[in-house]
Design a protein around this ligand. Structure first.
Ligand code: CP
Length: 314
């Protein structure tokens, strides 16, 4: 199947075949990253603008790195140094970026739906790097890519997402991808952060950590997203940790071969103990590294590239 999408806005709208195509392309790019010369000429002559109007370490640097490995020119703009601080609208900022001849825009924004909005007014591809609590599609793609590297097929695999599900775009994107792969997904945490209506997305909802973690093959921790919460969703961070933080005892309830994941940034000692975050079951830094290859695949395919070319350059 040829790749036909120009934008990457959500994982909800992608088919399983499309996710698989991104993963296959990412795997080929990952092999090129192991060579002494890591660059491929796939996007030579193209200019990619990373417009990050919300803070980011991993996503922004991985998109920068991915574009450079594809030989594109990259310009990064953040909220503090852009004219949005002077009252310019998102629409005007984006139209100016297009007028400056950018070939693609990668956007992170606090408002859900802003990438979709830009895709409707611009003529260049728009890539969602996280929009409010809505979606973070490249995170969901790199997380499922990492799971497939460790587990092979995800069909029937027991995956637990633990923490602040309600305000998490990472949880939503992973749920959309994992359910397409046929994984057995449970979301768990306090009832204020894990409402029952998540079951409508095809996952199990639990507030009982012990039964949720029992024999799970993957546990993905999520940070408490204070920046999106307008009121306290639990009495204190200490109470959250005592009830739902992952520690050595609770990790012993997992399947012995289980992997521990976290999209970052980590709040050590809150949702996860340091010895687990740095332990041998943790794949947290692998996730970060895989973010480069997965974003290379997304930038390349949405620029009009086809997977055959990548295999030919290997
Ligand atoms: N996982 C993630 O989105 O991290 P950053 O906010 O640092 O980009």
């Amino acid at each position: 199947m040829p790749w036909t999408r120009r934008h990457l806005l959500t994982l909800e709208e992608l088919t399983l075949d499309e996710i698989d195509q991104i993963h296959t392309t990412a795997a080929a790019f990952k092999r090129t990253l192991k060579r002494s010369v890591k660059k491929v000429p796939a996007l030579r002559g193209k200019t990619i603008v990373n417009l990050f109007l919300e803070p980011s370490t991993r996503t922004r640097m991985a998109f920068d790195m991915a574009a450079k490995r594809l030989s594109a020119d990259v310009i990064s703009l953040d909220g503090n140094s852009s004219s949005t601080t002077k009252g310019e609208t998102l629409r005007d900022t984006a139209e100016n970026i297009q007028a400056l001849q950018a070939d693609m825009i990668v956007i992170r924004h606090a408002a859900a739906g802003s990438p979709l909005y830009l895709s409707n007014i611009l003529n260049i591809p728009v890539i969602n790097a996280g929009d409010g609590a809505h979606e973070h599609p490249t995170q969901g793609l790199l997380d499922t890519f990492t799971m497939r590297e460790h587990l092979g097929s995800l069909k029937g695999r027991r995956v637990v997402i633990l923490g602040d599900i309600l305000f998490s775009r990472v949880a939503r994107s992973n749920i959309h991808a994992l359910t397409k792969f046929g994984a057995d997904v449970t979301v768990v945490g306090p009832s204020t952060l894990v409402p029952e209506w998540f079951a409508a997305l095809g996952v199990k909802v639990s507030h009982d950590l012990r039964s949720a973690l029992a024999d799970a093959e993957v546990v993905m921790l999520l940070r408490i997203q204070h920046e999106r919460q307008s009121r306290g969703m639990f009495p204190s961070l200490g109470e959250y940790t005592s009830m739902f933080g992952l520690n050595k005892t609770r990790a012993s309830w997992l399947n012995p071969k289980a992997i521990i994941m976290h999209p970052g940034p980590i709040n050590r000692g809150v949702e996860i103990d340091s010895d687990l975050a740095d332990g041998e079951r943790s794949v947290i830094l692998e996730q970060v590294t895989n973010g480069i290859a997965v974003r290379m695949a997304v930038l390349y395919l949405c620029s009009g590239g086809q997977p055959e070319y990548v295999h030919a350059t290997e």
